[in-house]
Design a protein around this ligand. Sequence first.
Ligand code: 13P
Length: 316
Amino acid sequence: MIVTATELFTQAYGKYALGAYNINNAEQTMGLFRGNIASSAPFIVQISRGARNYTDKRMLEGMIRAAEEIFPEAIFAVHIDHGDEETCYDAIDSGFYSSVMIDASNLPFEENIATTKRVVERAHEKGISVEAELGQLGGVEEDISVQEEHVHLTDPEEAVEFIDRTGCDSLACAIGTSHGAYKFSGSQSLHFEIIEGIRKLKPGFPLVMHGSSSVPQEEVERINAAGGQLKGAKGVDPKQYLAAAKLGVCKINIDTDGRLVWMRVHREYMKEHPDVFDFRPMGKVYMEEYSKFIASRNELLGSAGQLEAVRASLCR
Ligand code: 13P
């Protein structure tokens, strides 16, 4: 069942966070749905502009609609990740997406407000939730690359003004994470005081944490042992997910970690089976491993086991 992100956030606020996972292909879609059902978790499927251009946006819609039929018990939102205005309007008009992110965080404050407000007006006419972003995360995510000198953390007072003036439903804040596999070079910590500051000024308002992959070192080591060359890759301590959730972070974005699972499975399989040319055996291993990974993340986010409570709340 496709629901809006807001419907999910209402249940989650202050207790747990929804995993927001990016997908690009059929194997990821199967692994994602299996993992969420196995762990009884509501979740958010994220589609980036890069994913829409990888095969075709209609292919992704077809796969998700098929997954909805294969897993009728699933409850999830379908969300545009880092949309520009044009992509958001396309998603809003499609009748498929239940949530969009307008990312105008690279624009000056007033222009970010004006752009976000336009998207909110169009989305709310159709009952679609809108996530916006204030502050800038570093790192590389598909076609978005933010250099270290342009990174700036979210200011809580500005965030409240932004939320009030745009009418957005959730806000992605920059609290020291970055996109990709190389998040931290030293021992930086996350700026939880920013989330706490916003929560004090705006209790009950859902916040979003981007760049939340944990980049498991075991995964990196296995990739490198099978021929990869990921040097100095480092991510967020996943024990911080639940701590962030208790402070009002309702959505935690995880993309890079899923790519690492893909890379590890395929590199190891090809190294161990140099004679194999059928890609399906390794695709099967990947679906199983990705499903296990998703279930393990949901345990850390606190969303595991929440599916029936969410269903009951939606039926009320
Ligand atoms: P990671 O690169 O840490 O997985 O973050 C993904 C993300 O924030 C998608 O918007």
